[in-house]
Design a protein around this ligand. Structure first.
Ligand code: AMP
Length: 484
């Protein structure tokens, strides 16, 4: 098994000045990435807890990741878009000894020693910092939505990450030294799909920030400045980018490979992309954070588009086996599976199991195997994806019920062409509604301190009481049918 640090060392030796990470004009060469991560690793090397990496799309976040590996403590990435209360909850759970703050924000960290970029730059290190991370150590912990209102920290072992990066390297048909695009914030594991396969092959990781996502002109500027070769994003993101008239093979010939993960790749999106980039290689991959980013893949060709109106997610990668329960729930087994949720025995026991040293994860996805391909057919629970973001409706409901304006609440996803386009909160308010807009505003501002923007329902409808099923449970189906 290859070690990420050994691979990086050989790239540093061969091409020290190649750019490893780029965000607009902010770049780090492989040599700088190596030296800075040595400096940070030397500061945190005695830490028994993962280092928190706080920031947005700073190249220094990647310095923090490599330093976390070198120091052997691993890392927990937190994007600055995460609301303060949620950030505090994650830090509380992690109990970090160190926080590497790469942001311009002024978050008040209540525990852990805060290290700054300048502090790291001014640290001297021994010439070569030996990597301390062992294969079975937890390399990163990424927090995802949890139904109880508390995010769950998915812990991934170093060996799982290496196995994943090796698999991606084999899928990547372009080989070494490519320009990669990373769309996902580092607190989502889709970013892992770009970071390590890119660094593993001496490529340049190009970071898309939140302003570029909001303003297509900025994104276009970035794409024009740096001819991207490999694209890693959610299907929702490419859909948005396909609105850019310059994004086709003629005008953007560098772009040769696409990797999608995180949500359904709609047939019409894939078709539009194949028409725009007929000679590119396009992969649909599937996987939950709990199984190291992705565990299946399929290359989307005109033949596949012709054959299937709903696209398959392909076949399992080496080292991972997939099966279904009698109810059709997909079970993922193998080295890709996480060692469990950080300090959350109950949730870990609910979905993870081990048999003869092999770990399995109950995905919550309904799936079928047909034609030698896996197909994902929706969820068995209340987890949804909207614009690539994973969320538990029950988490939003838990937080909603904590608002003093709310007696009871259910959150309903609104579907268009099979995808969630918005959330509506069906709320039984604690008081008579006199001013609907004002009440919506009050509830939304209560939610803002705990939930990320994308989890806040766009609209609310007011009810005297929530309808119940014959066995006395809230009749979500009825509410959903009415609102859809
Ligand atoms: P996350 O942990 O954020 O990566 O979300 C994982 C969930 O996203 C899976 O359990 C699926 O429900 C969904 N998902 C991921 N990739 C795909 C895909 N290619 N097709 C359909 N659903 C997907």
């Amino acid at each position: 098994m290859k070690d990420i640090i050994n691979v990086l060392n050989s790239i540093v030796k061969d091409s020290p000045d190649s750019i490893a990470v780029r965000h607009i004009d902010d770049t780090l060469s492989y040599k700088e990435l190596d030296e800075l991560s040595d400096q940070l690793a030397s500061l945190i090397q005695d830490s028994k807890k993962p280092v928190i990496l706080y920031g947005h799309m700073s190249p220094f976040m990647v310095v923090g990741m490599i330093a976390g590996i070198k120091a052997g403590c691993g890392y927990v990435p937190i994007d600055t878009s995460v609301p303060n209360e949620r950030t505090a909850m994650i830090i509380d759970k992690t109990e970090p000894e160190f926080i590497f703050d790469t942001s311009d924000e002024t978050f008040e960290f209540k525990q852990g020693k805060v290290l700054t970029i300048e502090g790291v730059q001014n640290t001297s290190t021994p010439e070569v910092f030996e990597s301390h991370m062992k294969p079975e150590d937890v390399v990163y912990t990424i927090f995802t939505s949890g139904s109880t209102g508390e995010p769950k920290g998915v812990q991934i072992q170093y060996t799982s990450l290496i196995e994943f990066a090796e698999w991606m390297k084999d899928l990547n048909q372009l080989g070494k030294g490519q320009e990669w695009l990373n769309q996902a914030p580092f607190s989502f594991d889709l970013s892992v799909m770009a970071i390590y396969p890119c660094l593993f092959t001496g490529g340049t990781l190009n970071l898309v920030d939140k302003d570029m996502i909001k303003k297509p002109k900025l994104l276009n500027d970035m794409l024009q400045k740096t001819p991207i070769n490999v694209w890693v994003s959610t299907p929702s993101f490419i859909e948005m980018c396909l609105l850019l008239p310059t994004l086709d093979e003629k005008q953007y010939p560098s772009l040769k490979e696409f990797f999608f993960c995180g949500e359904i790749l709609p047939h019409r999106t894939a078709k539009a992309l194949v028409e725009r980039f007929p000679s590119a290689t396009i992969y649909n991959t599937y996987g939950p954070t709990e199984a190291t980013v992705a565990v299946t893949s399929i290359q989307i060709t005109p033949e596949i588009l012709e054959k299937y109106s709903t696209l398959p997610v392909g076949q399992a990668r080496p080292g991972t086996t997939l099966s279904t329960t009698d109810e059709g729930e997909l079970i993922i087994t193998g080295n890709s599976v996480s060692v469990g949720y950080l300090k959350n025995k109950e949730k870990t026991q609910e979905v993870f199991s081990t048999s003869e040293d092999t770990r399995s994860y109950r995905s919550g996805d309904r799936a079928k195997f047909e034609d030698d391909q896996w197909f994902i057919q929706g969820r068995i629970d209340f987890q949804i994806k909207m614009n690539g973001y994973r969320m538990e409706l029950e988490e939003i409901e838990t937080i909603l019920r904590q608002s003093s304006w709310v007696r009871e609440a259910v959150v309903v996803p609104i579907y268009k062409n099979g995808r969630v386009t918005q959330l509506i909160g069906a709320v039984v308010p604690t008081e008579n509604v006199e001013d609907s807009a004002k009440l919506s505003h009050e509830i939304k501002s209560d939610l803002k301190s705990s939930l990320p923007e994308y989890m806040i329902p766009r609209k609310f409808v007011w009810m005297d009481q929530l309808p119940l099923t014959s066995n006395g449970k809230i009749d979500r189906k009825k509410i959903a049918e009415e609102l859809n």
